[in-house]
Design a protein around this ligand. Structure first.
Ligand code: IMP
Ligand code: MG
Length: 177
């Protein structure tokens, strides 16, 4: 709790570890209920989503697969508008129940660009679970099926999310002061 410094900026606690863990558990339970007997495949978008994915998976009382891809559109505190894929998808999605795990949906550009590539492979179903959503910042229309917290349009770090590479190890989520 309190104030942390990451690079040159100060951040204050916004979501505590207890709040995050309780919400992630709830999402895991909803997904497990919705996907009973269906063996969903989770696609985790690195880097930011690694902590959310690990915690969610622990609360997932259903058979499921998981794989990881790396997309990035951020530099510092601004979306560059350009989405770069640096680790691609080697899984075949045909006929699968796919769930994308994303740390945060901001402008929506990352997922907006990525979804057509996934749909092209004809999964049986495709849903999105995002830990955080900034509705005021979202420019690209997306249906988010599971959302942890809707938050104001302010930069956040912690719990996997970074400011220029740092801050990912924080257990809480901090907001720019
Ligand atoms: P979008 O394409 O604008 O929706 O941006 C999504 C990606 O930008 C997320 O997966 C994050 O990696 C990053 N991002 C967006 N907002 C924040 C933030 O407040 N803190 C840290 N990373 C962010
Ligand atoms: Mg990121």
């Amino acid at each position: 709790m309190g104030i942390v410094k990451v690079h040159d900026k100060s951040f204050e606690t916004y979501l505590t570890e207890e709040m995050i863990q309780a919400r992630v558990k709830e999402i895991g339970q909803s997904i497990a209920e919705d996907y009973k007997g269906r063996k969903p495949l989770f696609i985790v978008i690195l880097n930011g989503s690694f902590m959310f994915a690990a915690d969610l998976f622990k609360h997932l009382d259903v058979e499921a697969e998981i794989c990881f891809i790396k997309l990035a559109s951020y530099k510092g505190m601004k979306s560059t508008g350009k989405v770069v894929t640096s680790i691609g998808l080697d899984e075949d999605l045909f006929g699968k129940d796919v769930i994308i795990l994303e740390d945060i949906v901001d402008t929506g550009k990352t997922l907006h660009n990525f979804l057509p590539k996934l749909l092209h492979q004809q999964p049986k179903s495709l849903r999105i679970a995002a830990l955080l959503h900034k509705p005021e910042a979202t420019e690209f229309k997306l249906t988010l099926d599971y959302v942890g917290f809707s938050i104001p349009n302010k930069f956040v770090v912690g719990y996997g999310l970074d400011y220029d590479g740092l801050g990912r190890n924080l257990k809480e989520i901090y907001q720019l002061v």
